[in-house]
Design a protein around this ligand. Structure first.
Ligand code: SF4
Length: 358
């Protein structure tokens, strides 16, 4: 049985501007211990997906339909008290901003110890000992002395390490991490991502990692789902996505990963912006930004398709993409170049310009 199985999830927000479908008929699966990345620009629906898994969608948002099965049990049918005991105990969350996750008036160690006492039924001495051990394990120097520090006495990187310690403190089966390192500088970011991956392996914890940065996915994940305007547009094992991306949006995201020794004059970015979710473009919602768009892309919505067989994708499909090229074929096909030495070294991809008829 999969650890987490999200089936046909639709989440809408009823705003004054209109109804926003933030997540539209989304399905994915995370196995035990698996590191699963969700990537896309802001507005893609990544964070709403994460909040749905924790049942933290508040009004005016609403989970309209679908199932979220955690160890086979539908989280959407659980009572508030059942879901509260799963949150923090079996599923924990790491937010982007450590400052909002740490209460400034309590010591860092005290906050982690309290969570351990509460969820694992430890005595206060046992909880303190485990907290010091965890702080040490996530790389806080002199953990015993730092136990009594307040959050403001920690640097940004140390605060984020403390949040990771807190997330791991109750030995959860799944950590949902939403842009966990975005606020940090790149060197600290790389260290913390390494640490997160290592610790999750050691504790056999699965991760759902949400980010706008494919480079971050490469550091941590085994599989990845690329989202655009509330829908998955590509799903693949990480290596395959880097060597052989199948969706034009993925190629656009790859071309904007900054790399050391980048010889291109400037980073290519995807033209345009994420569409207004109240009024999505017709057909393929990526068509106004897609360099390969043809007339039929404005009429037909491409289903998520097995890129090998052209059959409709299922949860078992290894590599799937939602582009008409894989169902009915485009008259000019997709032409882009991908050069990569592998996910760990970054990747370069770019739309090939000038070889298509306008
Ligand atoms: S269906 Fe058309 S617009 Fe959409 S990604 Fe494929 S080529 Fe681009």
């Amino acid at each position: 049985m999969a650890l987490l199985e999200v089936k046909d999830l639709t989440v809408r927000f009823y705003t004054q501007e209109g109804v926003v479908t933030a997540v539209d008929d989304l399905s994915y699966r995370i196995e035990r211990g698996e590191k699963f990345g969700v990537v896309g620009e802001s507005g893609a629906g990544k964070s709403v997906t994460a909040l749905s898994v924790l049942r933290l969608i508040d009004s005016p948002g609403q989970i309209e339909s679908g199932e979220i099965l955690f160890k086979g049990e539908n989280l959407l049918e659980m009572s508030e008290s059942e879901i509260r005991s799963i949150r923090g105990d079996e599923i924990s969350m790491i937010f982007q901003d450590a400052q909002t996750a740490l209460n400034p008036v309590y010591t860092v160690g005290g906050q982690i110890a309290e969570a351990i006492e509460h969820h694992l039924d430890y005595s206060s001495e046992e909880a303190k000992a485990r907290t010091i051990q965890l702080l040490d394990r996530v790389g806080i120097p002199e953990a015993e002395e730092r136990f009594s520090d307040y959050p403001h006495e920690f640097s940004g990187g140390m605060q984020q390490r403390a949040i990771i310690a807190m997330a791991l403190s109750c030995d959860p089966d799944l950590i949902v991490a939403d842009e966990p390192t975005t606020a940090l500088d790149v060197t600290i970011e790389a260290q913390i991502l390494d640490e997160l991956r290592e610790l999750a392996d050691e504790f056999d914890t699965a991760i759902q990692l949400i980010t706008h940065d494919l480079g971050v996915i490469a550091e941590v994940c085994d599989r990845v789902m690329v989202m655009y305007a509330g829908k998955p547009v590509e799903k693949a094992p990480v290596e395959e996505l880097y060597y052989d991306p199948k969706h034009p949006y993925t190629v656009g995201l790859m071309s904007s990963i900054p790399r050391v020794n980048d010889k291109r004059e400037r980073l290519q970015t995807i033209p345009g912006v994420m569409p207004d979710l109240v009024e999505l473009p017709s057909g393929c919602s990526f068509h106004p930004r897609c360099p390969f768009a043809e007339e039929k892309c404005t009429r037909k919505e491409p289903p998520l398709t097995d890129v090998e067989s052209g059959a409709e994708a299922t949860l078992d499909t290894e590599h799937a993409a939602a582009c008409l090229e894989y169902t009915e074929g485009l008259s000019q096909g997709l032409t882009y170049s991908v050069e990569t030495t592998g996910p760990a070294d970054g990747a370069a991809a770019g739309y090939v310009e000038g070889d298509r008829d306008e």
